[in-house]
Design a protein around this ligand. Structure first.
Ligand SMILES: N[C@@H](CCC(=O)N[C@@H](CS)C(=O)NCC(=O)O)C(=O)O
Length: 222
């Protein structure tokens, strides 16, 4: 029997949904997935009927309701503590970079909307300065996490894919879509995230979505 439901937006575009879904899957919650296509005439009404914030992801697990990807990540970590590193110093770093991602990097978000249908194609007009600044900061913090905590594994904090990797997974996807050049260490990290079976599963599900869900504004970015 399903333990509840996880409501998501179009997998091709919804970076916040990808985060919520990853935490839920990594914690092993047995919930039914519902995808509401974004930017359709009834999207806002359909999401608002369920999610108090009018946003996805939205999780119902038993009698618990959660409507923010980071809150979902924290809830999932109560069930699967490995979603945060065990060492307090690493955990402090992991929580900080996750919060930094959740609250920031508007330059990358604005210039490079997630689109899983776009493959290694840089922005025709070049990368805006605000996005370049974000990319440099993200590359630096991935490198620092890998150098300080990443021993014995390919992810930010080693062998376990934590909520920090969850937070940056959609960023990896963007960097791959927009052909962003990274340092060798950040490139290796991005490759490891892309190769994770759950990321592969999400790409496959996105590719199976109907073409009628495609949004012109995202598809026509040069
Ligand atoms: N801070 C929220 C942001 C969620 C968010 O902005 N979700 C977008 C989709 S990626 C959304 O639901 N947009 C509503 C719409 O497009 O109608 C979170 O972390 O979950």
């Amino acid at each position: 029997m399903s333990e509840g439901r996880l409501v998501l937006g179009t997998k091709r575009y919804s970076s916040w949904s990808l985060r919520g879904w990853l935490s839920v899957r990594l914690a092993g919650l047995d919930v039914t997935e519902e995808v509401i296509p974004l930017r359709q005439t009834d999207s806002a009404t359909r999401i608002a009927a369920l999610s108090p914030s009018g946003k996805v992801p939205y999780l119902e697990h038993w009698n618990v309701r959660i409507w923010d990807s980071l809150a979902i990540g924290e809830y999932c970590a109560e069930i699967e503590p490995a979603l945060w590193p065990t060492d307090p110093v690493a955990r402090g770093f992991a929580r900080s970079v996750t919060a930094e991602m959740h609250a920031g990097f508007q330059g990358v978000r604005a210039a490079m909307p997630m689109n899983l249908g776009r493959e290694n194609r840089p922005l025709a007009a070049g990368t805006p300065e605000a996005a370049e600044k974000d990319i440099a900061r993200i590359d630096a913090l991935w490198t620092e996490a890998r150098d300080c905590f990443g021993d014995h594994g390919a992810y930010l904090f080693g062998p376990v894919f934590t909520n920090a990797d969850v937070a940056f997974a959609p960023v990896v996807v963007r960097f791959l879509s927009y052909g962003v050049a990274l340092s060798p260490k950040a490139t290796a990290y991005a490759k490891a995230v892309r190769a994770h079976p759950l990321i592969e599963e999400w790409y496959k599900a996105a590719a199976a979505e109907p073409a009628s869900w495609h949004v012109e504004a995202f598809e026509t970015i040069a």
